[in-house]
Design a protein around this ligand. Sequence first.
Ligand code: SF4
Ligand code: SF4
Length: 363
Amino acid sequence: MIYKEYGKTKKLVSAIGFGGMRFEKENGRYNIDKCVELLAEANKLGINYFDTAPGYNDDQGEYIFGEAFKNMTKEFYVSTKSIAKSGLELRKDLERSLRRMNVDKINFFHIWCVLNMDDYKSRIVKNGAYEAALKAKEEGLIEHIVISTHCHGDEIASIIEDNLFDGITIGYNILNFPYRKNGLKAAYESGWGVATMNPLDGGIIPLNANYFEFIKSDNDKSVVETALRFNLSHKEITTVLVGFSNLEQLYENVRYCNEIRTIDESRLQAIEKKLSKTLNELCTGCRYCEKCPQGVEIPKLMIAYNQKMLKGLEQGLVCLRLDWGLSTENASLCTGCGVCENKCTQHLPIIERLKDIQNWVNN
Ligand code: SF4
Ligand code: SF4
């Protein structure tokens, strides 16, 4: 395993981190023993950055991590998050995370899912979340306060100017890098550690491997290898979070990591030329928007919309009907309340897309 310094903290963190969002279910339930085994095996292979959050895996993620931590044989760092705006709420979240994972402190505690600059400002106000995190740090309950954000590159650069955090977690990959690379550069130059999430764009790359063939380098076995190699080869990125579902994926990804070959600048420029703005406007399937009060199956409909954007209307309908068993009528339940758009990590115009989906059959 390759280790890199997490910015000014000087902590040596594995180049691949365990993203705890994608454990597999069996017959509709998580097999806790299997999830724990996967985490333990990752630690044996040298992964030492373990990232989870309240709500992950039907809110069982932190318990599963806590079980695995009991028997880990190598040193490890715990990363979790709070989406709270108020100091009181953050404190409650932190204490719950400590309890669930049965640890004395969180090594990397995230002010989580900052969507835009207004949201950022709301976390750092007096008596707000950031202040509570600082107090918890003084008490030894948090080691490093970090931030996770879905902002664009310029906004990220402006957050970094405030210099309130030790590190940042951002969605960064071979498809969206033109939109975030100035933020990444600013973080590195300011001595912040950087974790990247969604290296495979939430599964969009492997699910549409033929479409993305143009990103594949000659010596790579698959577009997945190229995509991971892209993130791993950045000096600015400390750890690439991969959402492992099974041992096979774990072994494969650790192998890529042990053989890091960089992608040269001219190749990146060629890829950047081929990327259209469309690719930064895809739903990543993160499911932050999923609890629609009207019962609209938002993430599923947005994934079908991805297919329309990438391959045309017919494929959008195939995805909607065959992959998800839905009809366009589900989109018509939307009342336009806007709750989902305020939560969307990609800032997608969900309401407008739902209106479009309602008309698919009529086109
Ligand atoms: S805008 Fe529509 S889809 Fe979004 S939460 Fe409101 S009703 Fe549901
Ligand atoms: S619509 Fe937005 S919030 Fe919902 S799953 Fe897609 S990217 Fe995530």
